[in-house]
Design a protein around this ligand. Sequence first.
Ligand code: NAD
Length: 261
Amino acid sequence: MSTYAVTGAASGMGRAVADKLAAGGHTVITVDIAEATVRADLSTPAGRRAAATAVLERCGGRLDGAVLAAGLGPAPGRDRPRLIAEVNYFGVVDLLEAWRPALAAADAAKVVVFSSNSSSTVPMVPGRAVRGFLEGDIERVLRTLRVFGKQAPTFAYAASKIAISRWVRRTAVTKEWAGAGIRLNAIAPGAVLTPLLEQQLATPAEAKQIRRFPVPIGGFGDPGQLADWVVFMLSDAADFLCGSVVFVDGGSDAWFRADDW
Ligand code: NAD
């Protein structure tokens, strides 16, 4: 049996993944600002350091895998772009950089990062914001997004997910990751019926936008089914998966950019 760290495990898809792994007999170290083995606020550097250290202590320096599902959606609010940037991007990168030696200590460790199909379907996301993330410069990200006013959380969300997908692809193929036997991949869900989406559906203007969004297969994704994909991406069957962003989104990404290859 294996040992996994799962962030965002108090709710939605992270919770569904943690439940399925535990039901499979694995040891799961959960991380969340709400109910979790390790309670930590991933929106601050100190919270991320504390979370990284507590997990390393609990796993004894060896992790068979990790799932990074903690995230914030594009809800309104002045401070929201900063929180989105901190949790959705740095809450992944800082933890994984700290956990890399423990992942390398396992045999064929697997990591699944939650991206989103917002990474390919939101138009006009400024490249400067995405580069700001990849250069670790959160103030540049926030300065760039200020022009969007009330729409800034939407663009912060999309930019955070583009940046984390690029970070996954760049990092996955390096000698420190693939070369150390670690399989690093991302999953990019479409609209999945979790508390995050329910919060957006509760706002009439946002609900209208979500329901108008093209989803060829129709409806919303199911958190349990998304968790099954993640469990598959952690299994031996995924030994040859490296640096992939797997879209599970009812066809929206294909609808927008079928020929974009
Ligand atoms: P959710 O809101 O149900 O769960 C998110 C979890 O993250 C919660 O348990 C929350 O407490 C935790 N979290 C938030 N801020 C935190 C912080 N500062 N520190 C520690 N933990 C924190 O959301 P979900 O829909 O299950 O989303 C999981 C992931 O999937 C997120 O990264 C999200 O961006 C992504 N995603 C969701 C959808 C969707 O439609 N639900 C679509 C695409 C991508």
